[in-house]
Write a protein that binds this ligand. Structure first.
Ligand code: NAP
Length: 479
């Protein structure tokens, strides 16, 4: 099937195309997408600008009804949508189901916010003056999303943008556009007015440039790599666009000697390898207190060896493939750098390309131990199934190592010591913290986002999402 772009309420199926293939089996063509052009992006942004007055004047509850219907449609097609995600991105079917469920929940959460839309009402210092601040939309918003959460990230940008009364142009990642397409299809079926939602797939470089140059654009919300995010930031600044960036990480899990050992091992392995390590919140550094270091390394390696790598559609598979050949090669290159700098990994370290793995981009889950702060694999984001284990003298040393990086997305500690847990909560330099849980695995009801070089601008999700997608209009009224 050809999946067209969606511009001004029409599906545009003509033009150059690109293929979306299953990374677990490249013989499986998931879909053919229309490769949008700069002209399509210009048409999409002007359709969004034309639709803005009517959509922003639609009541919050009425906008919410369309989001509720969108959630219902996704729910009706839940199994099919999740299976498509596994085929296009490679994550296991249970992981894909979890993600689709999260997208549905996000739509329902923000649909409900349409009937609340909190503003401000405060007493005036003056007699008979009534003062309040209303929320109003910011206008046409560009949404650019990465391939690793191909449904949840589009959902957590689309739903708050729309409930606040903005109109949008969504540019999904080329490696996994179908999950986002399914959300746009559901919005269309739910009756979203023409021009309110537009979808243009295609090359990020070409479409990104056309998006930031579009005359009606007011804001960009981007999730992806630091390089692209930093470029967008510069472009947005030139044009005074509001911008929100969620980018890379190098997330630590601190493991203290007093931790519940079994769950610390499980949490670390889960956070490092599930979704093939392709989560922005994945653990890529385990910082382990000296007293349990050797025992912890042995247990992590033993547990990692038991992980089953394969096609995520099959039951019993823990780890799917890398999303594409380029990402797999990046991971393999980092493993080679790790070999040179830190020695042979204690497990994994190779591409899997025989038998059931012959048609996909599979890499063994890989554990390096004895990694130091100056090593490349302790500093740079790999975005694959590679864990670096680092030794810390004590809690203070572990805190120092965990924080001594330019990134600040997520961070985790495994400890049964309450005062250390709180000490960590106050001093950890990251936007998302977990205690005695994997570093990855967040929900939608609280603010999401990082600090330092990982992020820029207001947070996403939960009530915090309103700060980016709406503005205040402040009113003083004498009666
Ligand atoms: P990416 O290469 O930066 O791509 C992200 C999106 O930007 C894609 O839609 C891409 O389109 C588009 N793009 C590429 N060049 C562009 C340009 N010049 N202007 C505008 N858009 C452009 O990132 P990715 O490889 O998809 O995702 C992996 C990265 O995302 C990792 O660094 C990961 O940490 C980060 N991430 C962060 C979070 C978070 O919340 N902090 C969440 C998930 C992922 P094409 O696909 O067509 O190139």
């Amino acid at each position: 099937m050809i999946f067209g772009n969606y511009i001004n309420g029409e599906w545009i199926t003509s033009g150059a195309q690109f293929e979306n293939r299953n990374p677990a089996n490249t013989a499986d063509l998931v879909g053919t997408f229309v490769k949008g052009t700069a002209r399509d992006m210009a048409a999409a942004t002007s359709a969004a600008a034309a639709a803005l007055p009517a959509w922003s004047a639609t009541s919050g509850p009425a906008r919410g009804n369309i989001l509720f219907k969108t959630a219902e449609i996704l729910d009706r097609n839940f199994d099919a949508v999740a299976a498509e995600m596994t085929r296009e991105e490679g994550k296991t079917l249970p992981e894909a189901k979890g993600e689709v469920r999260r997208s549905i929940n996000i739509f329902r959460y923000f649909a409900g916010e349409g009937a609340r839309m909190p503003g401000m009402l405060v007493p005036s210092e003056r007699d008979r003056v009534h003062m309040f601040a209303l929320r109003k939309p910011i206008g046409v918003v560009g949404l650019i999303t990465p391939w690793n959460f191909p449904s949840a990230i589009p959902a957590w940008k689309l739903a708050p943008a729309l409930i606040c009364g903005n109109t949008v142009v969504l540019k999904p990642a080329s490696a996994s556009p179908l999950s986002a397409w399914r959300i746009v299809e559901a919005l269309h079926m739910a009756g979203v007015p023409k021009g309110v939602v537009n979808f243009v797939a295609g090359s990020g470089g070409e479409l990104g440039q056309a998006l930031v140059e579009a005359p009606g654009l007011k804001a960009v919300s981007f999730t992806g790599s630091c390089d692209v995010g930093n470029w967008l930031h510069a472009e947005a600044s030139k044009r005074r666009l509001r911008i929100q960036l969620e980018m890379g990480g190098k997330n630590p899990t601190i493991v203290l000697a007093d931790a519940d050992f079994t769950s610390a091992v499980e949490n670390t392995v889960n956070a490092a390898f599930f979704s093939t390590g392709q989560k922005c919140t994945a653990t890529s550094r385990a910082v382990v207190e000296d007293a349990i270091y050797d025992k912890f390394v042995t247990a992590v390696v033993e547990r990692t060896r038991k992980l089953k790598v394969g096609d995520g559609m099959q039951a019993g598979i823990d780890i799917g493939p890398c999303v594409d050949e380029g990402q797999m090669n990046t991971v393999l290159q980092y493993i080679e750098v790790g070999r040179k700098e830190c020695g042979e990994p204690l497990c994994g370290g190779r591409r899997l390309s025989e038998g059931a793995h012959a048609k996909g981009w599979f890499v063994e889950p890989t554990v390096f131990a004895g990694v130091s702060e100056e090593h490349t694999i302790a500093r740079e984001e790999i975005f694959g199934p590679v864990l670096a284990i680092m030794r810390a003298r004590d809690f203070e040393d572990a805190m120092r190592i965990a924080n001594a990086i330019p990134f600040g997305l997520s961070s985790s500690i495994q400890t049964t010591n309450l005062s250390r847990a709180f000490e960590y909560i106050y001093r950890a330099e990251a936007g998302l913290l977990t205690v005695n849980l994997p570093s990855a695995g967040v929900e939608y009801q609280l603010p999401f986002g990082g600090t330092k070089e990982s992020s820029f601008g207001p947070k996403e999700q939960g009530p915090a999402a309103f700060e980016f997608y709406s503005d205040y209009k402040t009113v003083y009224l004498k009666y």
